[in-house]
Design a protein around this ligand. Structure first.
Ligand SMILES: *Cc1c(COP(=O)(O)O)cnc(C)c1O
Length: 359
């Protein structure tokens, strides 16, 4: 049989739930200032990169890595003051979100707020979980009472909470998070802490107290290693063991493990950059405070929402000024909003100037 180069029509056998989800809507735009993916504006320090490369060269590339990245997991455990049996490492925490949805969402429920991080809802839809979303309060705080009602009403599954929240940058009181954990019963509760370094918050103590809770953390943001692809879950040993079953064997390459070991041995650079980003966040928000038509919303993360009179016009205007941001205006309650990352001081200067020129 020869293959037909112009196959048309729907491929046979694809589950309708997968077909129904649009391909991930991200189109790279080539402009000098990239504030659209909440990345660290600075690369991994050059001297650490050189060390990592050296360590990569010292590895045997013909051998499989540890089955579950056990050595790396132990290093992360030490860094996080966590039991190594409770650390699960994958190529990015997005992978963990898929696996957690497999663990507790399929044929059960995925509960989250609205708006929320798109990966939670995409995976729920594709994996055939029942998706329930509760609108955020107007001030972007968690709708604790309504979430508690759904925790009672729905068949258990997985609850996704993001602290700081994405894309608003809002942080809730730990008491609110605890109230949900108290109410969660048999639900798995995922506390996605992708940006915790920028908020100075930490849910680890809560995770220690609730065996159904876990914290997701990533090397993609404060560590400045989004290109490497690595994230991890911190959980109790029982929950981690169940989650680990779903992780494909050998899923973190020996090269990535080498680089992450070097990062974990030299974490000082992270603190410096986070301090700069936090100071810059304050500076940018203050500089835009008296804007006649745009509202820069307070945030505890390395990004903030900019509410504009017309998101399409504002987005184009910023691109014309060499700055790419992320449109969020189609999300519930975020009419007119762009999500803007905190860049280097020079990039932020350019942003402030461009936003000020926006009518
Ligand atoms: C960026 C981000 C992550 C990190 O994803 P990786 O796959 O680890 O790069 C996780 N959760 C949220 C809410 C994020 O914004």
């Amino acid at each position: 049989m020869t293959s037909n180069p112009s196959v048309t029509g729907a491929p046979v056998g694809v589950r309708p739930a997968v077909r129904a989800v649009p391909a991930y809507p991200f189109t790279p735009i080539q402009v000098p200032i990239k504030l659209d993916q909440n990345e660290n504006p600075y690369d991994f320090p050059a001297e650490l990169k050189a060390k990592a490369a050296e360590r990569m060269l010292a590895q045997p590339w013909n051998r499989y890595p540890d089955l579950h990245a056990d050595t790396l997991a132990a290093r992360i455990a030490k860094y996080e003051d966590w039991d190594a049996d409770g650390v699960v490492v994958t190529p990015g925490s997005n992978v963990l979100i898929k696996l957690l949805t497999e663990l507790a969402g399929i044929e059960q429920t995925v509960l989250t707020v609205d708006p929320t991080f798109s990966v939670y809802t995409l995976e729920a839809k594709m994996l055939g979980a029942r998706l329930v979303q509760v609108p955020l309060n107007e001030d972007f705080s968690m709708p604790v009472d309504r979430l508690k009602i759904e925790l009672q009403r729905q068949r258990p599954g997985v609850l996704y909470i993001t602290q700081p929240h994405a894309p608003t940058g809002h942080v809730d009181d730990l008491a609110a998070v605890r109230e949900l954990l108290e109410a969660a019963g048999e639900w798995v509760v995922v506390l996605d802490e992708a940006y915790y370094q920028y908020s100075g918050t930490d849910c680890r103590d809560l995770v220690r107290q609730y065996p159904n809770a876990l914290s997701l953390r990533t090397f993609s943001k404060a560590w400045g290693l989004a290109g490497l692809r690595a994230g991890y879950a911190l959980a109790g040993a029982d929950l981690a063991t169940q989650l680990q079953k779903l992780v494909p064997a050998f899923n973190v390459s020996i090269l990535i493990q080498s680089a992450l070991e070097v990062a974990l041995e030299n974490p000082g650079y992270v603190q410096e950059r986070v301090a700069e980003a936090v100071a810059e966040r304050g500076r940018v928000l203050a500089a835009l405070e008296d804007h006649p038509t745009c509202q820069a919303m307070p945030s505890r993360a390395n990004f903030f929402l900019l509410r504009t009179p017309d998101a399409e016009v504002a987005y184009r205007h910023l691109i014309d000024h060499g700055i790419v941001t992320r449109r969020q205006d189609r999300l519930t309650g975020l009419e007119g909003c762009l999500r803007v990352g905190i860049g280097t001081p020079a990039e932020n200067d350019a942003l402030i100037e461009a936003v000020r020129a926006l009518k």
